[in-house]
Ligand binder design. Structure first.
Ligand SMILES: *Cc1c(COP(=O)(O)O)cnc(C)c1O
Length: 431
C-alpha cells in the first residue's frame, strides 16, 4: 500500500483511515472523496512541531488552502494552531464562515483584484503577499481609504529551477509569479514599498515550486533570500522579520516516488540557515513555509464504481468509472501518477491491465493509464489513493457532472464534510 493509512480489513475489503471503503461507497454513493482526519492532523502537527523545535515558537507554518479548501479543514487548522494561505475572496470567505481567525491568514495570488483586496482588508487578513509594484499601489490606495496600515510580504523570485514539472516551476526569474531579485526589480519594489505610508513591509516570500524532494532547493533559495534580506536591512534599516520559503515538499503517489522526512528536512534547513545567518552577520528572520499537498494528499482517497470494462483484443482494455477529469483533472493536466486499488478484492491477483478512464466526453479523460488490477466488473469499487490535494479544489462541472461529496473519517466515525452536488445546484445560477 502506498500509504500507511490504507489497510486490508478482516473481511478482505480495502480500508482507509480505519473505515471500510466498500461500506463508505454504499453509504455515501460514488464518486466519493474520503478524507482521513487523523492523517490531516498528524501532517499538520509534524510541520508545527518541526518549525517550533527547529526555528522557535514564533515560526508557525501555514496550510496552503488551495490544495483542498472546505470549511471543516479551516476548523481543523485552527484547532491544530496552523496559519493559512488564501488566494481568493472565495477562500477567505470559506475560512471566515468556519470562524478561522483571519489575522493568521496570508493572502497570495499574482493578481489580486480591487474587490479581493477590499474584501481581505475588511475581514482583517493579517498579511498580504504582494506580487508586483502595481499591486503595492493598489493595496496602498485601498488601505489609505480604509484608514489602516496593511502588513505585507513581497513575493520575490530567487531564480531557482527545482527540476520538477514545468507547470509547477515558480521560483525562476521568468515566472509569472513574484519579482525578480536578479534583474534589480526586487530592490526597486522594496524601496517603493517602504515609501508607502499605508503599507508595512514585514518581510519576503518565495516559492520555488511543487513536488520538491531534494531539500537543497530550499537551502539554495534560503541563501539567496537571506543575502537579499541582509542587503535591504543594511541599506534601509528595516527589520524584515518574516521569511516565507513557500510550499512544495513532495508526496508519494506511486512506489517509485521518494519519501521526504519533513521533520528532519526542516531541521536540516534550520541548521543551514542559522549557519548562513552567522556567516553573513544578520539575525535569522522568523521562518515559515506553506505546505499544501504534503498536508492533505495522503489524507485523501477517491472511490468510484466501475461501469463498463471494455476489452479490445490485440489492443488494450479500458475500465470506465463513474467519475473522471471532473473530480480529478491531474492526469489530464500534468500526467500525474496514482496508485489504484480494487476496493472489494485488494489482495486478489492483479493480472488485468487497463486504462482507468472517466465518463467525460474527452479522450484525455484518464485517471491513470496502464494499471494492473484484479479484473473488475460492473458495480465493483475502485479506490484511487493520494487524492487529497488538488482534486476537490480543481474539480469542475464539465459535462454538467455534479461534484462528488466529501466524507471525513476517523476509525470511530464518518462525517459528511461536503455534500454531493445536486442537479438543482447545477442550475442554481441559470436564469
Ligand atoms: C501552490 C503553492 C503552495 C503549496 O504548494 P504545495 O506543493 O501544495 O505544498 C504554497 N505557496 C504558494 C505560493 C503556492 O503557489
Amino acid at each position: 500500500m502506498i500509504s500507511s493509512n490504507i489497510t486490508i480489513g478482516k473481511n478482505g475489503h480495502l480500508y482507509f483511515g480505519g473505515q471500510d471503503t466498500v461500506h463508505l461507497a454504499q453509504q455515501y454513493s460514488t464518486p466519493l472523496y474520503v478524507m482521513d482526519e487523523e492523517r490531516i492532523r498528524e501532517n499538520m502537527r509534524t510541520y508545527i512541531r518541526a518549525f517550533a523545535d527547529h526555528f522557535g515558537p514564533e515560526a508557525i507554518p501555514c496550510y496552503a488552502s488551495k490544495a483542498n479548501c472546505f470549511k471543516r479543514i479551516y476548523e481543523i487548522a485552527h484547532e491544530e494552531g496552523m496559519d493559512i494561505d488564501v488566494v481568493s475572496s472565495g477562500e477567505i470567505y470559506t475560512a471566515y464562515k468556519a470562524n478561522y481567525p483571519l489575522a493568521h491568514a496570508w493572502f497570495h495570488s499574482n493578481n489580486k483584484t480591487e474587490e479581493d483586496i477590499r474584501f481581505a482588508m475588511y475581514h482583517g487578513v493579517g498579511h498580504f503577499v504582494a506580487d508586483s509594484v502595481e499591486e503595492l499601489d493598489a493595496i496602498e490606495a485601498i488601505a489609505a481609504q480604509m484608514g489602516i496600515v496593511q502588513k505585507i510580504l513581497l513575493r520575490l523570485t530567487p531564480g531557482i529551477d527545482p527540476h520538477t514539472y514545468e507547470a509547477v516551476n515558480t521560483g525562476r526569474v521568468d515566472s509569472k509569479f513574484g519579482i525578480a531579485i536578479e534583474t534589480g526589480q526586487a530592490w526597486q519594489a522594496v524601496r517603493h514599498a517602504l515609501s508607502l505610508p499605508h503599507i508595512f513591509l514585514d518581510g519576503f516570500h518565495c516559492h520555488v515550486g511543487s513536488m520538491v524532494f531534494g531539500e537543497d532547493v530550499y537551502l539554495r533559495a534560503s541563501e539567496i533570500m537571506l543575502d537579499f534580506v541582509a542587503k535591504c536591512r543594511a541599506a534601509f534599516g528595516c527589520a524584515l522579520q518574516f521569511l516565507d520559503l513557500g510550499g512544495g515538499y513532495g508526496v508519494r503517489y506511486v512506489e517509485s516516488d521518494g519519501r521526504v522526512d519533513i521533520y528532519s528536512a526542516v531541521g536540516e534547513l534550520a541548521k543551514h540557515m542559522k549557519a548562513y545567518c552567522a556567516k553573513i552577520d544578520t539575525p535569522l528572520p522568523i521562518v515559515t513555509m506553506e505546505p499544501g499537498r504534503s498536508i492533505v494528499a495522503d489524507a485523501g482517497m477517491t472511490l468510484y464504481t466501475v461501469g463498463s470494462v471494455k476489452k479490445i483484443p490485440g489492443y488494450k482494455n479500458y475500465t470506465s468509472i463513474d467519475g473522471g477529469m471532473t473530480d480529478n483533472p491531474r492526469y489530464a493536466l500534468y500526467r500525474s501518477r496514482y496508485s489504484v486499488y480494487h476496493a472489494n478484492r485488494p489482495s486478489a491477483q492483479a493480472d488485468f491491465v487497463s486504462d482507468l478512464v472517466g465518463r467525460c466526453c474527452e479522450s484525455d479523460d484518464i485517471i491513470q493509464p496502464h494499471i494492473s488490477l484484479p479484473e473488475p466488473k460492473r458495480g465493483d469499487i475502485i479506490a484511487v489513493a493520494t487524492t487529497g490535494a488538488y482534486n476537490y479544489s480543481m474539480a469542475s462541472n464539465y459535462n454538467r457532472i455534479p461534484r462528488p461529496a466529501m466524507v471525513l473519517v476517523t476509525p470511530e466515525r464518518c462525517c459528511l464534510a461536503v455534500r454531493r452536488e445536486t442537479l438543482e445546484d447545477l442550475l442554481s445560477n441559470d436564469l
